[in-house]
Design a binder for this molecule. Structure first.
Ligand code: NAP
Length: 319
């Protein structure tokens, strides 16, 4: 089969012939149609992730979309985290219980782009953030894929105001296009007090839910806006590994700082979360900015993702 094959850690995969995978008990063979390039793919391929350096050569791709017995499905893989190949190939293996059926009306490429980012956004707002109608939401990193989904899901769930915060001009524009009521620019030079003041100006009083894929200074600043019983849900650290929170602020408002990872939810939760977002894609036009490229262009696409110049999610059209 044709596949994107990684031969050296921290390099780019190249298109090549690769042996067809053989399903074992409990696995299904997926004819892949679309595979996104996500930050986790690059982290695993770097050989420096906490999963350890993957054996080489291997096919990256922690998720994808394809067909199993004629049925369109989304599937996760553990490529780069455990031995075995991933989704960036004409054929891939998935655990039978992990595949999620796709509704009609959502293109394979969009479903592939939504995948784990949509699951994180949905679960952060609902399961961890317990967002209720009429509450105010602040989405950090609102121009990323998780952020774009979070803005649209918050709107759908009846948030009274959704404020985004994003770094690059492109990310700010994407957040606006998703329906954010206001977008606060972030800068690598931000300092917590002045950023908190800018966020407060964009918000309408205290914030009930903060969606936080950034940590660092944006998270420190956002936490100061949490109102009574406010919840900040962190699931990433793009802006720093550490943030600081005031005990007096948190305890006086019974506010909560919560962690979230897609790795600690059940198969049912993952399926229900993804299907909920896919339904919004079909029924309400939920979407995120993305660019479709052929598998043959995997090396340059990977390099764009690695250098931070992709601007939007890149997804490989496989077959
Ligand atoms: N815990 C989980 O289960 C889970 C699941 C999914 C995602 N995540 C994490 O959530 C994060 C977002 O994922 P994604 O899929 O949305 O990724 P993405 O589409 O690549 O978006 C990342 C966003 O983060 C912004 N960003 C990066 N560094 C920043 C910094 N120093 N300051 C401010 N903004 C910064 C980027 O802004 P610019 O466009 O301006 O560069 C970009 O818009 C990632 O860190 C990912 O690992 C975690």
């Amino acid at each position: 089969m044709r596949a994107a094959v990684l031969r050296e850690h921290a390099s780019s995969p190249s298109p090549a012939e690769h042996p067809d995978p053989l399903p074992e008990d409990g696995q299904v063979l997926v004819t892949v149609t679309a595979a996104p390039i996500v930050p986790l793919d690059l982290l695993c391929a770097s050989g420096t992730s906490y999963f350890g350096a993957p054996a080489l050569p291997y096919v990256p791709g922690v998720q994808g979309v394809g067909r199993v017995a004629g049925q369109r499905v989304w599937f996760p893989t553990s490529a780069g985290m455990r031995p075995g190949d991933g989704s960036m190939a004409e054929l891939a293996l998935a655990s039978a219980e992990d595949v999620v059926e796709l509704p009609d009306g959502v293109p394979d490429t969009l479903a592939a782009v939504l995948g784990t980012s949509a699951i994180a956004a949905w679960m952060a707002l609902t399961w961890r953030g317990r967002l209720r109608e009429g509450e105010q939401v602040l989405v950090l990193g609102a121009g990323g894929v998780v952020g774009q989904v979070a803005v649209q899901v918050a709107r759908h769930l009846g948030a009274r105001r959704v404020v985004g915060a994003a770094r690059s001009a492109g990310a700010q524009e994407r957040a606006r296009a998703c329906g954010a009521d206001a977008v606060v620019p972030l800068s690598d030079d931000d300092e917590p007090t002045s950023l908190a003041a800018r966020l407060e100006e964009a918000c309408d009083g205290p914030v009930e839910v903060v969606v936080d894929p950034l940590c660092g200074i944006p998270s420190t600043a956002a936490a100061t806006l949490l109102g009574r019983r406010g919840r900040l849900v962190n699931f990433g650290s793009a802006a720093g590994e550490v943030a600081s929170y005031s005990s007096a602020h948190l305890r006086s408002r019974t506010a909560a700082i919560l962690g979230y990872t897609n790795n600690d939810i059940t198969t049912d939760q993952r399926r229900d979360a993804l299907q909920a977002v896919l339904r919004l894609a079909v029924e309400e036009g939920l979407t995120v900015a993305h660019e479709v490229l052929p598998l043959a262009e995997v090396a340059s696409a990977w390099d764009r993702q690695a250098s931070g110049t992709a601007g939007r999610r890149l997804v490989l059209a496989v077959s």
